[in-house]
Design a protein around this ligand. Structure first.
Ligand code: Z5A
Length: 208
């Protein structure tokens, strides 16, 4: 049995990750493929508890290093208990965010070093990387406006615009490091333009 594909969707808040993840699921479903969707931080009961700790707005200043370690603690649990067993059993896994988000938010946004993140990535994932990453790019003003429409903002969404510009730049730095893994999409376009591109990227990956 061949291993399932691990597909991740990335971008700043309001880029359309949740919307397009559902679309990816439907495309794979049309092809009769077994697929499980998940998210980071989160994906297992323990990792979801860590997510709640991470996203809850609080008065206490959160150390960037503590934030980084909690992201990787949740990821280690998620990988071991959910992602790897599913992939090994031939199921495709779609994740709303993964380690690119750590480079983007804790690296670009918080200013932690790329090397530190790479070291933790090696400990937790060894050489494991997504097979395909859909990066949805949106101007931070547009993304935040979309996220605000949803109601109360979480701890990350309360960050300023410059933070999101650094996050977006860090995502692009990741793409430059391994362009073959990414499909970069202009997420300001209407969904009718975006989704055929996503479908094609999936079909290309499946045909490899
Ligand atoms: N985080 C981190 O710091 N480090 C890490 O390693 C990881 C995560 C893994 C988790 O949030 C937080 O954790 C995240 C980074 C941090 N920071 N924040 N906040 P999350 O991923 O669960 O939630 P989010 O980023 O806030 O996602 P979101 O706000 O739900 O956005 P989205 O999923 O990208 O968007 P959406 O819900 O699909 O769409 C938003 C709205 O826009 C909705 O009304 C859509 O109908 C609309 N939309 C979507 N696409 C379009 C287009 N193309 N045109 C017009 N309207 C659109």
């Amino acid at each position: 049995m061949s291993r399932g594909l691990f597909i991740t969707v990335e971008g700043i808040e309001g880029a359309g990750k949740t919307t397009n993840l559902e679309f990816v699921r439907s495309v794979l479903g049309e092809l009769d493929m077994e697929v499980v969707t998940t998210r980071e931080p989160g994906g297992t009961p323990l990792a979801e508890e860590i997510r709640e700790l991470l996203l809850r707005p609080r008065d206490e200043q959160v150390s960037s290093t503590a934030e980084l370690l909690m992201m990787f603690a949740a990821r280690a649990q998620h990988l071991e208990q959910k992602i790897m067993p599913l992939l090994k059993s031939g199921v495709h896994v779609l994740s709303d965010r993964f380690t690119d988000a750590t480079y983007a938010y804790q690296g670009g946004g918080r200013g932690l070093s790329w090397e530190l993140i790479a070291n933790l990535e090696k400990i937790v994932q060894r050489n494991f990387r997504p097979d395909l990453t859909l990066l949805l790019c949106v101007n931070p003003e547009v993304g935040i406006a979309r996220a605000k429409k949803r109601g109360e903002l979480d701890r990350f969404e309360q960050e300023k615009l410059e933070f999101y510009t650094r996050v977006q730049d860090a995502y692009m730095k990741r793409v430059a490091e391994a362009p073959e893994r990414y499909c970069v999409i202009n997420a300001q376009d209407p969904l009718e333009l975006i989704q055929p591109k996503i479908r094609q990227a999936l079909l290309n990956k499946l045909a490899e």
